[in-house]
Design a protein around this ligand. Structure first.
Ligand code: CMC
Length: 388
């Protein structure tokens, strides 16, 4: 190819050096700042993981308390920003509203265009981390036409989000037809683990977009909004919504084989959602953790046994089928999140926004790393011209 390496999809190009996340795709290993994902998911909270990504070490007790309190204080959004939701149609997908509102947030914080010291970076990062769940919950409630629930300073990060999703104004009750129960501890723990598993994943498509926007000198929140847009697609974060849609479409265990046959057919563009990964060629460690969590939750939560049965059958056939084995196609993180999120009474169109909430810390940490790296350059690949 002459002067350039031709590498569509960047399958063999390292675009940066990084100290944030390590993946060994052949061994199914994932570490944040050197710590295995299994340790973080089972022994630490999502907020501790956020602190670790941003500060390169796990927080002590005082550090965690300060960080937690700061996020609680910053969770409120400007009243002016709130009026923006009125501009969207009722049936707007929350990902569209989320991306647009985060872009608008940049106009409320012009000071973050120039960040001179550690304190500036810290304020910019904690502000977006704290506000994303509020904006996501408001996007959802707008799509239903129900009143917004303001963040509650007395609640932890994850419980606050679940409350903003499900509560009635003035209370913490779930919005369900079949009885109102309080948000359960086990639900908070499950969602917290899901956030941790999504926190970062080195140079995936959306993070590459975030770094690309960073490279032009645009506002950090606009870079995050661009990451949100990139994540929406079903080859990436949108897969979690598509998995459940697909399981519902398949509808019964006896139809699984028909759809597996379609996935294998080179003339059919049907793909099994939640299967395959660019980097993991053995197993996705996040999927393994979620499968264990799903089994634990079976006792405590009302998991949809019908969908689980269909999913189980898909796994069973695919994992012993030559097509999937020879291409190293295994269930990925998105294959399992939907079933757990459904049990937490989170609707399908909020699955990808939940991925956004978890991933924002990774995007912003990568943005900061890019800014501080003296070798960073504007993202400007070349092409192989084949036209007239
Ligand atoms: N079902 C059926 N066949 C598949 C699938 C699938 N889900 N995924 C890949 N293949 C086949 C593909 O047709 C190709 O076959 P062949 O060599 O005969 O042409 C081979 O496997 C390699 O696929 P590829 O598209 O070249 O691989 P990629 O690394 O470019 O794509 C992927 C990775 C994740 C986009 C892809 O596996 C996919 O579309 N999966 C379904 C969507 C999904 O679950 N995405 C979530 C990814 S994990 C978390 C996240 O990023 O959100």
């Amino acid at each position: 190819t002459g002067m350039f390496t031709y590498d569509p999809g960047y399958t063999s190009t390292a675009s940066c050096s990084s100290t944030i996340t390590f993946i060994d795709g052949s061994k199914g290993e994932l570490r944040y700042r050197g710590i295995p994902i299994e340790t973080l998911a089972t022994e630490h909270s999502y907020l501790e993981t956020c602190y670790l990504l941003l500060n390169e070490h796990l927080p002590g007790k005082e550090e965690l308390l300060d960080f937690d309190l700061e996020l609680r204080h910053r969770a409120y959004i400007h009243e002016g920003l709130r009026t923006l939701f009125n501009a969207f149609p009722d049936n707007a997908h929350p990902m569209a509203t989320l991306s647009a509102t985060v872009t608008a947030l940049a106009s409320f914080h012009k000071e973050h265009l120039t960040l001179d010291n550690e304190a500036d970076f810290h304020t910019m990062a904690s502000r977006i981390l704290a506000k994303i769940p509020t904006i996501a919950a408001f996007s959802y409630r707008h799509s239903l036409g129900i009143p917004f629930i303001q963040p509650n300073i007395e609640l932890s990060f994850t419980e606050n989000f679940l409350t903003m999703m499900r509560a009635y104004p003035g209370g913490k009750m779930k919005l369900t037809a079949n009885g109102h129960s309080e948000i359960k501890e086990v639900e908070v723990r499950a969602l917290d683990t899901i956030f941790t598993l999504h926190a970062d994943h080195e140079q995936n498509a959306s993070t590459t977009v975030v770094r690309g926007v960073a490279s032009t000198g645009a506002h950090p929140y606009v870079a995050i909004a661009s990451g949100i847009s990139a994540l929406w697609g079903r080859a990436h974060g949108g897969a979690n919504e598509s998995v459940i849609a697909q399981l519902e479409m398949i509808g019964s265990v006896d139809r699984v084989e028909e759809f597996i046959a379609r996935a294998k057919d080179p003339n059919d563009d049907f793909r099994l959602m939640g299967f395959g990964h660019r980097v993991y060629k053995n197993f996705d460690p996040r999927a393994k953790i979620l499968k264990t969590l799903q089994d634990e939750l079976k006792e405590e939560l009302d998991l949809d046994s019908h969908l689980m049965e269909i999913a189980g059958r898909i796994e069973e056939i695919a994992l012993s089928d030559e097509y999937f084995i020879s291409r190293n196609l295994y269930p990925n993180i998105d294959f399992y999140t939907g079933i757990i999120l459904t049990a937490l009474q989170i609707p399908k169109n909020m699955f990808t926004p939940i991925f956004v909430i978890g991933r924002t810390v990774g995007w912003i940490t990568q943005w900061i790393e890019f800014k501080k790296d003296p070798t960073s350059k504007i993202a400007r690949p070349r092409q192989l011209y084949v036209g007239k």
